[in-house]
Design a protein around this ligand. Sequence first.
Ligand SMILES: Nc1nc2c(c(=O)[nH]1)N[C@H]1C(S)=C(S)[C@@H](COP(=O)(O)O)O[C@H]1N2
Ligand SMILES: [Mo]
Length: 200
Amino acid sequence: MPSQPPAGPERQDVVPPGQRVTERWLASHYGKVPQIDGERWRLTLCGATADGGLTVVDRQMLEAMEFVEVPAALHCVDRHTVPALRWGGVRLADLVALAPPEPGAHHVLLAATRGYSSAVLLEDLLAPDSLLATHVDGEPLTREHGWPARIVLPHLYGFKGPKWAAEISYHHAPQRGYWEARGYHPRGRAALEERWEHQA
Ligand SMILES: Nc1nc2c(c(=O)[nH]1)N[C@H]1C(S)=C(S)[C@@H](COP(=O)(O)O)O[C@H]1N2
Ligand SMILES: [Mo]
């Protein structure tokens, strides 16, 4: 008799439709891996903020926040899924609470160093499993996988989560990041196979 899989927000046994599991975790990004000094790294929360200002977060501030771990696979829209990663970091909801958006600013652009960005909805950022990750499988992120910090949105395709995260900005209108400008889906939920803009 098959044993019951563990219940949880991101069940490790569920592979979204159209994905194949790969056991080797090869980094996937465009351009070179940036060499970022962790002590100098900063993340800026800006755009349509409730107080009209911007908030800058550094590593020390992150270390003072609650550290959580979330088990989640990584689903690349190109159809490979890296299973069973254990991400560690701070909840994006906790970061947003430090610098909340103006009422009605439901759109967010997530930007990395060197031009990469992705467009997401505020509600996807606020999901309980959404993290600014600094660790994976108990170790600090490697440079190629996003050190010092990357955005992890487990229910969305991987392209929604910039590695080498640098900025979170709030907007009243939908945004387009790197892949959204190239025909990929504005929402990007993996379970619903939201890959392409024409599906929206
Ligand atoms: N800065 C940056 N972040 C990025 C990308 C990128 O090209 N640049 N690629 C995205 C895509 S398409 C995926 S699938 C994941 C891959 O993460 P990995 O290289 O750790 O597997 O990173 C995402 N974050
Ligand atoms: Mo990807």
